[in-house]
Ligand binder design. Structure first.
Ligand code: B12
Ligand code: SF4
Ligand code: SF4
Length: 276
């Protein structure tokens, strides 16, 4: 298993029992037949390429990581099924039964920043998280359970809290996560004047990276070695680029899950801002 993961460019992975995870969507475990004895292989997928986006967050500028996980999952299925035909396993990312940030921390792959994100020593927080849940034991997979957890402490330097335009990070009077700019860019329907202003002032029409960019751990962080995240990076997204995308191309992008109307509304706001 270690060789399979290294060969697929996955440098950071670790195994923990499911019983050590925070389950946030139990129905996903039940639906896939997992019980409390299952194990979890947590994986990090670094995604920041050297091409810096102008009006998007880094995660929105690269191809959709859900597609990357689909491809990885198919290859992992071939690998595991050829050795253990009746094994139960499934790869999740984002739409996951568990709190992924917590799982990556307790499996020793990094620590949780005050910005709420998993920070890895090499790639900072610009890593997507995914996990393979399985009924196979660590011995069968040639792995062992993680022995170190949450490898270090965040610096608590407050840079993220001070820079957050939505005041979602402050310890004492933080605003709810629903007010996070990232959540606002993904909201359907008409935005309030305040919400529109937040998008206009901060210049990202999908997602928000402010609390990651100011973090001292990002300063010397490495870029992704994974080919999938280095190809077709979009630096600037406007109506011209969106209009030129076929439906097939559009559905390769991370902002497509909300449909065309939401990203087009935001792109129009960006154009209004530019023309002022
Ligand atoms: C819903 C969601 C959002 C929502 C709300 C976030 C929230 N936390 O409520 C919105 C849309 C705002 C959002 C935004 C973003 N998200 Co998001 N999001 C999720 C999702 C799907 C679920 C999060 C959740 O509900 N967790 C459960 C609740 C209860 O957790 P919580 O309150 O945040 O805090 C928990 C942990 O942080 C942990 N914890 C907190 N402190 C500590 C301390 C210790 C010591 C320990 C052990 C644990 C711990 O325990 C808490 C309670 O369970 C996860 C994927 C997943 N399945 O986990 C991705 C995920 C967290 N998001 C991700 C990303 C990339 C982002 C953005 C950076 C995208 C962007 N560029 O715009 C922003 C960052 C915003 C921010 N600073 O958090 C990545 C994070 C990768 C990483 N390195 O951490 C995830 C893991 C998706 C993925 N598979 O890669 N997100
Ligand atoms: S900016 Fe400072 S306080 Fe915020 S996550 Fe990074 S190290 Fe922690
Ligand atoms: S993603 Fe942006 S709005 Fe959300 S917590 Fe970080 S800095 Fe604040």
């Amino acid at each position: 298993m270690k060789n399979f993961l290294y060969e697929h460019g996955i440098e950071f992975f670790s195994m923990i029992p499911l019983s050590g995870c925070k389950v946030i969507k139990p129905y996903l475990l039940e639906k896939n037949g997992f019980d409390e004895n299952a194990n979890v292989i947590v994986m990090l997928f670094p995604y920041r390429s050297e091409k810096r986006p102008v009006n998007l967050s880094v995660y929105a500028s690269v191809k959709d990581y859900h597609k990357y996980v689909e491809i990885l999952s198919e290859e992992l299925e071939k690998y595991i099924k050829s050795r253990y035909p009746s094994a139960l396993f499934k790869v999740f990312a984002d739409h996951s039964p568990i709190d992924e940030v917590h799982a990556a921390c307790v499996s020793g792959l990094g620590f949780i920043g005050d910005n709420g994100l998993l920070i890895n020593e090499k790639y900072s927080s610009f890593v997507f998280l995914g996990e393979c849940i399985t009924n196979l034991s660590p011995e069968k997979l040639g792995l062992e359970y993680a022995t170190n957890t949450c490898v270090r402490e965040c610096l608590h330097c407050k840079k993220c809290a001070l820079a957050c335009p939505s005041h979602c990070i402050a310890k004492d009077d933080a605003r709810p996560k629903s007010e996070c700019l990232s959540a606002i860019t993904q909201k359907k329907g008409t935005l309030s004047e305040n919400e529109e202003n937040l998008i206009l002032e901060n210049g990202s029409i999908w997602g928000c990276d402010i609390c990651q960019n100011v973090c001292p751990f990002t300063k010397n962080a490495s870029f992704t070695p994974i080919k999938f995240f280095k190809e077709d990076v979009i630096a600037l997204l406007d109506m011209k680029v969106l209009d030129g995308m076929s439906d097939e191309e559009f559905y390769e992008r991370p902002f497509s899950w909300r449909g065309r109307a939401v990203i087009e509304r935001n792109a129009k706001l960006y154009e209004k801002h530019k023309s002022n």
